[in-house]
Design a protein around this ligand. Structure first.
Ligand SMILES: [Zn+2]
Length: 300
């Protein structure tokens, strides 16, 4: 993608270059200087944004979108979501969700992004994360939970999608060359954000694909333990979601994954193996059922 971007850009600038005002200068040479300085600028810029943290243990990936561009896309998605959905009018729930979210954020590998958490009043059994740290939970999924640790489990999974920049990576795969050219031409991020917001929202709502989901599961378990929650809540929650989605035919669990039954079982098995390999003290971490029960009553 990087090479394609550079090639297209070079052709574009060759075509645009005007003859120099100073006739003493070699026009071709000047043009080439301009082209190569643009190429150098582009490469410097790519290097600046390229290596970003995308997971625990110093995990890094090539990321072409700046954090500000990612946030700009996220803001457009958030605007879209909040104009279409009913935000739950309960400030206690909004602050409770934020409190649990911030506990995970504090221990994650992208803690300074400036996250925002919102509850949507809807029976849908779903939760999702838009790029830039905009995180949504439907009351439908909150209603299925019995402990704060179960909320933390889904929260940690969603925050992991943001940490791993799954939506950004998917966008790069789809729009790689265009993103590079827009960056190099200094196009407004708002414009770029507008072009891709629809794609991103769809992605966030439907899930990021099998391997990204498995990665979000793995990071999620890691983060929730770091935040002091019992990781077995992930198994409890995923089992409940898998059973509930079984009743709805081929609709899978959250982010409306169209995961087939064996895939769901595979996710649960992997999480169980990950927990089994952890220090046995994690088994003693709390799940906070009382705190959650009090909040759940407010949804009735
Ligand atoms: Zn997911």
């Amino acid at each position: 993608m990087l090479l394609t971007g550079l090639a297209i850009l070079t052709i574009k600038y060759l075509g645009d270059a005007r003859p120099p005002a100073d006739a003493n200068q070699n026009p071709k040479g000047r043009m080439m200087t301009r082209v190569s300085s643009i190429a150098v600028n582009l490469m410097v810029m790519v290097l600046l944004v390229a290596c970003a943290t995308t997971g625990p243990g110093g995990e890094k990936s090539v990321i072409l979108l700046s954090e500000e561009q990612e946030k700009s896309i996220g803001r457009q998605v958030a605007q879209e979501v909040e104009s279409q959905e009913n935000i739950l009018q309960d400030s206690l729930w909004q602050s409770y969700l934020t409190e649990v979210g911030e506990k995970i954020v504090a221990v994650c590998d992208r803690p300074d992004l400036g996250y925002r958490f919102r509850v949507i009043a809807s029976d849908q059994v779903n939760a999702f994360a838009a790029p830039g740290g905009f995180i949504y939970f439907y009351t439908g999924i909150l209603d299925m939970m019995d402990t704060e640790a179960e909320l933390a489990a889904v929260m940690a999974h969603e925050i992991s999608h943001v940490v791993a920049r799954h939506s950004v990576k998917t966008l790069q795969a789809a729009y790689g060359g265009i993103i590079l050219i827009n960056l190099a031409l200094g196009k407004e991020s708002q414009e770029l954000a507008g072009q891709v917001a629809g794609t991103v929202l769809n992605l966030a709502l439907t899930g990021y694909g099998r391997s990204n989901e498995l990665q979000a599961d793995e990071y999620g378990v890691h983060y929730m333990v770091k935040a002091g929650y019992n990781p077995n809540a992930t198994v409890d929650m995923f089992t409940k979601l898998a059973e509930a989605s079984g009743d709805q035919g081929d609709r899978g669990f959250f982010e409306n994954l169209t995961a087939s039954h064996p895939e769901t079982q595979e996710r649960i098995r992997k999480i169980e193996a990950q927990i089994a390999a952890m220090d046995e003290n994690v088994q003693n971490l709390p799940i906070y059922p009382d705190r959650y029960r009090a909040m759940k009553r407010r949804l009735e």
